[in-house]
Design a binder for this molecule. Structure first.
Ligand SMILES: Cc1ncc(COP(=O)(O)O)c(C=O)c1O
Length: 375
């Protein structure tokens, strides 16, 4: 790492976040969702997840699964999207769990000669209309076909919720849809059943027939945020109460984000009133001091972050370019001073508020060009 711009990942926090979930929500299987390089925290964090109690992993593609398999030889890895049958030998060899989401795929899969055999999880479409079985008869046919094949083991069945269940009826509909679609098979015979993701897990009663849950965001330290209620919302809430509807606010768990982002001052200068900054997108109204920082929108950081923190002061971002941003500083700031972009003084959720991004988008916005350091 030759550029002093880095994300600092606190693996102890990841361990503690996982441990908190494992201690407070009772399941047999805790599936850690580590797609896109563990939500950009880096797959080095998986050790801390396993120590905390994660006993299964989930990713989005075979590429991601194989990358993890190189570093972690034992833990089961589920690929959440269908894998081209051309590459199914890789799953056989490297023990990668395959998602099956339609009957056609099963019909072709059972014709392939396998060596060790493959674990399969069925995916059911409970309301997202994205992936999954949505027909009970077809699901039963797929189930029967798999059962006849000794090299294919139906280890799990799952679905992905479209909504949080906080104040929506659709959440319950989705559970009903799942039950209906799986009514043709005996769920009790399937070792793993998982529907929940982070937000549904912590905001709803446990689904009685589930013995596994998948979660990403909770591991990385984001649960929910206490809402700040404006007058309008308070009024809406009182109307709902009068109508006898309970209003649920998101659970806020004692978790801590593990992701911080830093850079350093690369150059400083004084700019006179009337001069332009960057691609002439900002004009100084008075004489000011500015600092150039080696991080830009190619790293995921742009004007929408609003400010950074240098030597005890918040410094407004005046211009963004592909590789550098320019901030307004005090005359005392000098080359090499540490710059916080996400951290103690600018917490992750504050950055979400400033950028108007949710934590999913924010984590995925910080690109792989930014080096990762591990605490
Ligand atoms: C199928 C599936 N399951 C689980 C998750 C984990 O979601 P969360 O980070 O909210 O727990 C995701 C995330 O996108 C997903 O696509």
């Amino acid at each position: 790492m030759y550029r002093n711009t880095y994300a600092l990942i606190d693996t102890k926090k990841i361990y503690e976040n996982v441990k908190y979930v494992v201690n407070n929500y009772q399941y047999d299987y805790y599936i850690g969702v580590v797609k896109n390089n563990a939500y950009n925290h880096g797959i080095n964090t998986i050790n801390s997840m396993i120590k905390g109690g994660i006993n299964y992993l989930a990713v989005s593609s075979l590429d991601e699964a194989l990358q993890i398999r190189k570093a972690y030889s034992k833990i089961p890895v589920l690929v959440l999207e269908p894998i081209d049958l051309k590459y199914i030998d890789q799953c056989d060899y490297y023990n990668i769990t395959v998602t099956v989401e339609n009957l056609k795929y099963v019909k072709e899969l059972v014709e392939i000669k396998l060596n060790k055999g493959i674990n399969i999880h069925f995916k059911v479409d409970s309301g997202m209309n994205r992936l999954g079985f949505n027909n009970a008869t077809e699901l039963k046919q797929a189930y029967d076909l798999l059962n006849k094949n000794k090299k294919l083991n139906l280890e799990g069945i799952y679905s992905h919720f479209a909504t949080s269940g906080l104040n929506d009826e659709y959440y319950k509909n989705q559970i009903e849809t799942f039950k209906k679609t799986t009514s043709t098979i005996d769920l009790a015979k399937i070792p793993m059943i998982h529907l929940d993701r982070s937000i549904t897990l912590i905001n709803n009663e446990k689904i009685p027939f589930c013995n596994a849950c998948r979660f990403g965001m909770l591991m990385y330290g984001v649960s929910g945020k206490k809402p700040v209620l404006g007058r309008k919302q308070k009024l809406k809430d009182s109307v709902k109460k009068i109508l006898g509807k309970e209003i649920k606010y998101p659970a806020v768990l004692p978790l801590n984000p593990a992701f911080e982002l830093y850079t350093e001052v690369m150059s400083v200068r004084k700019v006179k009133s009337g001069e332009y900054i960057g691609y002439a997108t900002y004009k100084a109204e008075t004489d000011i001091y500015i600092a150039t920082l080696p991080i830009g929108y190619a790293d995921g950081v742009d004007l929408s972050f609003k400010y950074v923190f240098i030597n005890g002061n918040y410094c407004e971002i005046l211009a963004d370019t592909m590789d550098m941003i320019i901030v307004k500083v005090s005359p005392k700031v000098k080359i090499g001073d540490k710059v916080e972009i996400i951290g103690k003084n600018i917490p992750l959720l504050k950055v979400c508020e400033n950028t108007r991004l949710n934590s999913y988008h924010l984590f995925n916005k910080i690109t792989n060009r930014v080096a990762r350091k591990y605490k």
